[in-house]
Design a protein around this ligand. Sequence first.
Ligand code: IMP
Ligand code: MG
Length: 174
Amino acid sequence: MKELISEQQVQARVAEMAHDINAQYAGKPLTIIGIMTGSIILLSDLIRQLTMPLRVGVVQASSYRGETERGELVINASLMPDIRQRDVLLVDDIYDTGHTLNEVIARMLELSPTSVRSAVLLRKQGRQEVALQPDHVCFDIPDEFVVGYGLDYQDEYRNLPFVATLEPHDIHGN
Ligand code: IMP
Ligand code: MG
């Protein structure tokens, strides 16, 4: 595997993003919802730098798929706090085709929040299949398979403090 974004670079950009989000909500209460499981590291680093009154919840979105093929997206919102008339910020690890964020936002909107915005660590260039764009993005990356800082390959590598690209032998050699 090859390091793409160092731990220091990630930490610096997450701090900038936290600063922008603090400015955007200007002290107004916020409900932040992490999309499981990829968002956990960004979620935990980000929330400790947010200064408004904050509620934290999670939602699970899993698309049952292999390496590249899309499957049906299943959303489990049973662990979410009540978001009615709340400002909501969704957090995910990566914006790839955009289907996950698009569908989770549509589901959130059914619950009558005041607003729904989104923040992601990574956005893959040239992959988007939906019109929606995340409101906050730390890094745009090339179209390569990445792991670390929450992102997994077959549920491994999420704990790496940096972002790395997996090389073909990492993917096919197990
Ligand atoms: P989307 O619905 O295509 O935007 O996919 C978003 C989800 O796909 C993310 O939450 C990740 O779980 C997964 N994903 C997309 N690209 C990568 C990658 O390069 N590495 C690890 N997971 C990825
Ligand atoms: Mg994910």
